[in-house]
Design a protein around this ligand. Structure first.
Ligand code: 5GP
Length: 171
């Protein structure tokens, strides 16, 4: 276990409070990145006191080795129009930063009033592309983690805490 449930949820509550202060008087459109971001986005939304809308998006990076900067494959697009909205992307984890870098470029084109990024976990050591992370619950070392929405081959998302995957222990 890397981050127990109580510690994680206390920190999410704190970030929710900070976001509520920063967005006072405004409405937030949470863009939750599927599937890993779902548990975090729902818990976070419970602690935001300004009005919140939620929408969901599923993306994958093009990994064909060609010049694909700024392009992501949209597997499920948003239903909401972003124009003039205060958009907060809510992600499970930022690793290299590639997916989010591309996603942000796609969303910027839709002319939101503001576009910020909130992540549950961040592995700064792994970053290859600089992206502006506005809210982070926890920075973690370079390890493969599961739980609280994060999977390994679609398993372990439902663990209520963040754990480090140990491939040696009968998965
Ligand atoms: P990036 O484009 O930043 O390299 O990749 C981000 C995505 O990779 C995350 O949204 C997540 O789906 C996946 N990912 C990165 N690190 C981990 C990890 O430690 N555990 C799990 N389960 N997924 C990860």
């Amino acid at each position: 276990m890397l981050i127990p449930e109580e510690k994680l949820e206390a920190r999410i509550k704190e970030i929710g409070r900070k976001i509520s202060e920063d967005y006072a008087g405004r409405e937030i459109l949470i863009v939750c990145v599927l599937r890993g971001g779902v548990f975090f986005a729902c818990e976070l939304a419970k602690h935001i006191t300004v009005p919140v809308r939620m929408d969901f998006m599923s993306v994958s990076s093009y990994e064909d080795g060609t010049e694909s900067l700024g392009r992501v494959k949209i597997l499920k697009d948003l239903d909401e129009n972003l124009e003039g909205r205060d958009v907060l992307i809510v992600e499970d984890i930022v690793d290299s930063g590639n997916t989010l870098h591309k996603l942000m470029r796609v969303l910027e084109v839709r002319r939101p009033a503001s576009l910020k990024l909130c992540t549950m976990l961040d592995k700064p050591e792994r970053r290859t592309v600089e992206i502006p992370v506005d809210y982070t619950c926890f920075e973690i070392p370079d390890a493969f983690v599961v739980g609280y929405g994060l999977d390994y081959a679609q398993k372990y998302r439902n663990l209520p805490y963040i754990g480090v995957l140990d491939l040696g222990e009968g998965i």
